[in-house]
Design a protein around this ligand. Structure first.
Ligand SMILES: [Mg+2]
Ligand SMILES: [Zn+2]
Length: 164
């Protein structure tokens, strides 16, 4: 059986706009330009989408899991308008000041879980992020990696992502 092509996506700065502070309320929230169209095109090419996001504001007590889910739901609703679904949402709620873990990027725990769960084909699967720690995590998991600028439109990368 052919293995799944997965695009792992960082959340803030890739799906919703990075605002240089934690995003945990709808008043903070907007989507990155072009993301719905980009993911719809990649879905046509057979990719599955998995989110992997550090949310250490939870460990710090700045916001709750439920606040995070509010943003995740808003993202999911936006993408649904384009026929796009996120197959799984992985998040790391930890911060090294409070507890150690293997999920916080640049560690690759979230990516390993997604790869195992969906039988990902590493040679055709990507991690897309806007921070160096995203790219480190992707490489640690053996994925192809794409580093974009925060809030960059993904549409120009569609062809490249599919041509491996
Ligand atoms: Mg980010
Ligand atoms: Zn963690």
């Amino acid at each position: 059986m052919e293995k799944t092509k997965i695009i792992f996506l960082d959340r803030d700065g890739v799906l919703n706009t990075e605002r240089k502070e934690y995003t945990y309320h709808l008043s903070h929230f907007s989507m990155v330009e072009g993301i719905g169209d980009a993911l719809a095109a990649l879905k046509e090419k057979g990719f599955l989408f998995v989110v992997a996001t550090n949310q250490s504001g939870i460990a710090k007590g700045i916001y709750t899991r439920s606040d995070m889910q509010t943003i995740n739901k808003a993202i999911a609703q936006h993408l649904a308008n384009y026929g796009v679904e996120i197959a799984a949402w992985y998040y790391c709620p930890h911060h090294p000041d409070y507890s150690l873990c293997t999920c916080r990027k640049p560690d690759s725990g979230m990516l390993e879980r997604g790869l195992a769960r969906f039988k990902g084909n590493k040679t055709k699967s990507w991690f897309i992020g806007d921070k160096e720690r995203d790219i480190e995590a992707g490489k640690k998991a053996g994925l192809l990696t794409l580093k974009i600028e925060s809030n960059e439109d993904l549409r120009p990368y569609i062809k490249m992502l599919n041509n491996v």
